[in-house]
Design a protein around this ligand. Structure first.
Ligand SMILES: *[C@@H]1O[C@H](CO)[C@@H](O)[C@H](O)[C@H]1NC(C)=O
Ligand SMILES: *[C@@H]1O[C@H](CO)[C@@H](O)[C@H](O)[C@H]1NC(C)=O
Length: 405
């Protein structure tokens, strides 16, 4: 029996490390794709808090089926007309759940519903709540052949169209992080911006070349995107053991990842750290490796452009050597904009935010919070008073000026 021990030990370590990562990231990628009604965002997170919520699905031009939830305050009188529609657009590795993760007094989704807004919750392709594709399976490489460019021009455009048709009203938009990249790209397009009444951007990003988050810079330097492609992966799922191991090896001896969120976003002052395991039941959602490559291109080159395929394929795709830029000066001066940004945010860096502001034709209303980081704008326990009150005042001032017709 002496030969058993050397065999057993590695097996035990393997088993232990599997159950360890299971404890952190509950579920696996096929768990994330369950489609039963009881697993909808409405049923899991919104209705249990006493709010009315209906599930909608939207098909994009390129065949993805997205989930959209419509939320209103449970105490609302149905005979009273619903308020102005607001679309909440989540960020990278997040889904529509991101707006509902704290208490009803703390989370923007609940707060807007309580304030009488007609709240619509976006979920982009590839996230847990969206419903796949008309013909492609998520196990196919082609399913993951997109970046934030398609999320802006197809997903966001289609969801806005759906809401405008359902409500007969232009839409207030709120984006966080990648949701602001999508929003700013989409708002440069005349056929999309005409559906939008105003936009509020949390941690606004168009340029990314001043990112300082240490683990992100290390991922860029080590070409994590190419490493993952070399493994034959096209879906980027940070719940998978392969990705967790890769990231751990990038941290090891190079970056202090003991506060993992801080290593990828910068310090955050005010989210509820005792709820971290609860947040991890929902986050992170999958994205595509191509999306990561597109974001890395922005960090490396300092551009806000379409995906760069390399000179030859660019010529074929775009008819030019370089990918066309999204031109912020095309966003109409008449579109009301509001932005909230923070002093410790290492993804939406102050220099990059200023670059965005310099290129916009209009002067957005600004809220700068020196001690706030990237996650705080979503999850700070006092974002209600620090951030959302200002944003809601901005929306209300527009309701007044448009309610006279
Ligand atoms: C993932 O979850 C599904 C459904 O619960 C299960 O059938 C499958 O065996 C799981 N896969 C792994 C690798 O744990
Ligand atoms: C933080 O989360 C815990 C657990 O959910 C909760 O009991 C506590 O009230 C929260 N703290 C704040 C300040 O919201």
């Amino acid at each position: 029996m002496a030969y058993v021990r050397p065999l057993l030990q590695p097996l035990l370590i393997l088993f232990l490390s599997f159950s360890l990562s299971d404890g952190y990231f509950t579920g696996n990628s096929s768990d994330l794709r369950r489609l039963s009604a009881s697993d909808s965002l409405c049923a899991q997170l919104i209705e249990p808090n006493g709010y009315s919520c209906t599930e909608h699905s939207v098909e994009t031009k390129d065949g993805y089926i997205l989930a959209l939830q419509r939320v209103s305050s449970g105490s609302g009188d149905l005979r009273v007309q619903r308020g102005h529609p607001v679309l909440l657009q989540h960020g990278l590795f997040m889904g529509g759940d991101a707006w509902f993760l704290d208490s009803t007094e703390q989370s923007l989704g609940f707060i807007l519903a309580d304030q009488g807004f007609d709240v619509w919750v976006a979920n982009v392709r590839g996230t847990r709540w969206s419903h796949g594709h008309v013909s492609l399976l998520e196990t196919e490489k082609e399913f993951w052949e997109w970046s934030w460019q398609e999320l802006a021009l197809y997903d966001l455009a289609e969801m806005l169209h759906y809401i405008k048709t359902a409500t007969g009203s232009k839409v207030f938009m709120v984006g966080h992080s990648q949701g602001t990249i999508m929003s700013l790209a989409a708002l440069t397009q005349p056929d999309i911006v005409e559906m939008v009444e105003a936009a509020a951007l949390l941690c606004p990003i168009s340029y990314l070349d001043h990112v300082t988050a240490p683990l992100v810079l290390r991922m860029v330097a080590m070409h994590l995107d190419q490493m993952v492609l070399a493994l034959g992966l096209h879906q980027l799922n940070f719940r998978s053991d392969v990705l967790i191991n890769l990231v751990e090896s990038l941290c090891d001896g190079h970056v202090d990842c003991s506060d993992f969120l801080a290593s990828i976003t910068g310090p955050n002052c005010c989210y509820n750290k005792t709820r971290l395991n609860y947040f991890l039941e929902y986050e992170p959602h999958p994205s595509s490796v191509k999306n990561l490559r597109h974001l890395f291109q922005m960090i490396r080159k300092g551009t806000f452009s379409q995906y760069d395929y390399g000179i030859l394929k660019n010529l074929l795709k775009y008819g030019q050597l370089k990918p066309p830029a999204f031109d912020l000066s095309n966003i109409p001066k008449s579109l009301p904009l509001w932005m909230g940004y923070g002093g410790t945010d290492e993804l939406a860096d102050l220099t990059d935010v200023q670059h965005t502001l310099d290129e916009l034709p209009s002067k957005p209303e600004l809220l700068y919070l020196e001690n706030y980081g990237h996650i705080d704008f979503l999850l700070s326990v006092k974002a209600n008073r620090d951030v959302y009150d200002h944003m809601i005042r901005f929306f209300r001032s527009l309701e007044k000026s448009t309610s006279s017709y």
